[in-house]
Design a protein around this ligand. Structure first.
Ligand code: GAL
Length: 634
């Protein structure tokens, strides 16, 4: 695994570059990502390119032995470009234009902007496509950041209509599929259809789902336009840096078109900003919850044929969460080695030096604004030495697969039915349950082959095609399917014959009613509880777990289980251990805060808790923020 950093030569005097490059190499870094926001310096005026500085920056870094990841600068269209076509800006759901003065102000559907994106990409590709320093390309930056996937512009409306026509052929077919007879929503032509925002009350969920599918396709095709140009001019692999806990577009679709998936890892910011409990936010304040980084490593490893890396690694306090604590000593090193254990090809710290100006002046770097070393610098150095010592690692085959679907996230978001039914949280809970038992996990798309695994978990898959049921029927191991699976058709209707629809051949049961429970309400079984969601099930199967009074919660049809509620951790732990036993997979019940991951040759253990923890498998006591690495025998 290579280490690197994100660097902005345009932020610093040129006289400083050579020294920066030398210090990077000295720290053990060999990769540097540049350029992704530099459009106004590359092309200060329409058609006038200033390549000199970028040429010299690339040369300077290369001369110090560093490889360059070059970003296309399309996340930051310059002022002159926006002024030349003011309707290129994204329009938000409330209908407001998203102004110039920060970033990501473009609309994915604007054909004029797409032409500009291709033009600047081609200019960069022609100039640097064969340059020996360029080891990788990054398209754009964090598609969708700052809530920019769904756009409600005229350009988006026009392309949405074309997309619908291609999908349905006739407007009658669309009316029937969406159920537009309801509330007199029928259309006479595709040209009458608008995006689903600004309606009086909720728009038709089928309308929303298609709008989300369309918007996701827009991101993928925008990306592909850049990818095709880069490939014409360069053999270097192409990546895009995805975000954390982000489901607004189908990352599997974008991942299919790039060579290496990468993601931006900010565990402390994510802990603060997402659903974690107050206790977890306190206990893991300076470490991040122990599954946050691993969850994304395992998710993005499944996006681009197994190749992935971390493009931005938190090195200290960030600037964008509600509260921004500093990592516990050791955490930057731990996060780095954990990425290695999960199979990363590279990890790059964000950023080299903290900027004293503009929006991110409170965001730490490896260096402070005065160029002295920040706390993370010595940990990056130590991580580089450890990586050198351990040598190359190959990923071990995971025993468990967790099925992740972006479409499932959209369906749950469009029609939550209970406001605490949150897709990402459900998936994360199921993932954590596997990790608490020391299992190695692959997070895979619903299309992935499952034959290599012994256990398969499907937290929920509301739209579950019969091919998916066939695949699970053929799967020989233990599987667990969660609530709401099979509860909707492709066009967002209740399936004929009721849920679980096309899953009925493997799940001989019928969901006759569902209820969602308000926060704080739970139903207790024998040593476990359910909350948030519970279904009424009719079936000849005897429930494996039931509430007092007999209401079934978990049903089992040979190796396939259905969980008809939102299970708590203890029910999940029981299910995971039972499945592992049936599938012949060894589990290790880990103490709070400890997590493990195996490579083909080593066992890594990570202590996320703020106190020392004993790791029974090796007998070691691991310090807070500590990592233990043991060579596996045989
Ligand atoms: C990322 C982004 C970077 C920087 C960073 C700060 O979302 O890609 O450009 O803003 O956050 O944490």
């Amino acid at each position: 695994m290579k280490l690197g950093c994100c660097y902005y030569p345009e932020h610093w005097p040129e006289t400083q570059w050579a020294d920066d490059a030398r210090r990077m190499a000295e720290m053990g870094l060999s990769l540097v990502r540049i350029g992704e926001f530099a459009w106004s310096r590359i092309e200060p005026e329409p058609g006038r390119f200033e390549w000199g500085w970028l040429d010299r920056a690339v040369e300077t870094l290369h001369a110090a032995g560093l490889d360059v990841i070059l970003g296309t600068p399309t996340a930051t269209p310059p002022k002159w470009l926006v002024d030349s076509m003011p309707d290129m800006v994204a329009i938000d759901e409330q209908g407001h234009p998203r102004g110039f003065g920060s970033r990501r102000h473009y609309c994915f559907s604007h054909t004029g902007y797409r032409a500009e994106s291709q033009r600047i990409t081609r200019a960069l590709a022609e100039r640097y496509g064969k340059h020996p320093a360029i080891a990788m390309w990054q398209t754009d930056n964090e598609y969708g950041c700052h809530d920019t996937v769904l756009a409600f512009s005229g350009a988006a409306a026009a392309r949405f209509r074309e997309w619908l026509e291609a999908r349905y052929g006739t407007v009658d077919a669309l009316n029937a599929a969406w159920g537009n007879v309801f509330w007199s929503m029928e259309y006479r032509g595709f040209d009458e259809i608008d995006p689903p925002n600004l309606t009086v009350t909720e728009a038709n969920p089928a309308h929303w789902l298609d709008y989300r599918r369309f918007a996701s396709d827009e991101v993928a095709s925008f990306n592909l336009e850049q990818v095709e140009i880069l490939r014409e001019h360069s053999a270097a692999p192409i990546t895009h840096n995805f975000m954390g806990f982000f489901t607004e577009f189908d990352h599997h679709a974008v991942g299919r078109e790039i060579d290496i998936a990468s993601w931006d890892s900010y565990p402390l910011g994510f802990l603060e900003q997402f659903w974690f409990s107050e206790d977890e936010k306190r206990d893991y304040l300076r470490q991040g919850h122990p599954d946050i980084a691993a969850f994304h490593h395992d998710l993005y490893r499944g996006c681009a044929n197994g190749r992935w890396g971390v493009m931005e690694q938190q090195p200290g306090p960030v600037n964008w969460a509600r509260f921004n604590p500093a990592p516990l000593p050791g955490m930057v090193r731990l996060w780095t080695l954990e990425a290695m254990a999960h199979g990363a090809e590279f990890l790059s710290y964000f950023r080299w030096r903290q900027a004293p100006f503009a929006q991110e002046q409170m965001h730490a770097g490896l260096l402070r604004p005065d160029s002295s070393e920040a706390e993370a610098a010595s940990e990056a150095r130590e991580a580089a030495q450890a990586i050198e010592r351990i040598g190359e690692q190959k990923t071990a085959a995971a025993s468990a697969a967790l099925v992740f679907s972006y479409e499932a996230a959209w369906v749950c978001g469009i029609q939550p039915q209970g406001r605490s039914f949150r897709y990402l949280e459900l998936v994360y809970e199921w993932y954590s349950a596997l990790r608490r038992q020391g299992l190695d996990v692959d997070i895979v798309s619903p299309d992935a082959a499952l034959d290599f695994y012994r256990m398969v978990l499907v937290p929920t898959l509301p739209i579950a095609p019969s091919a998916f049921a066939d695949k699970l029927a053929d799967f020989g191991g233990a599987s667990l399917i969660g609530p709401r699976s099979g509860s909707k058709t492709e066009s967002f209707t209740i399936p004929p014959g009721l849920p679980p629809g096309d899953l009925r051949p493997i799940l001989p049961l019928t969901v006759t009613r569902v209820e969602s429970l308000r926060d704080g309400v739970q139903e207790s079984g024998d040593g476990w509880t359910i909350s948030r969601w519970i279904e009424d099930i009719e079936s000849d199967l005897e429930p494996e777990f039931a509430l007092p009074g007999g209401r079934g919660v978990v049903f089992r049809n040979d190796g396939i289980r259905y969980c008809a509620a939102w299970p708590d951790r203890s029910l999940l732990d029981r299910l995971v251990t039972a499945m592992a036993t049936e599938a012949g997979v060894e589990t290790v019940a880990l103490p709070e805060g400890l997590r493990i991951r195996r490579t083909a040759t080593h066992l890594f253990a990570f202590n996320y808790s703020a106190s020392p923890v004993r790791f029974d498998l090796t007998g070691e006591v691991i310090d807070p923020g500590g990592v233990s690495i043991t060579a596996l025998e045989g």
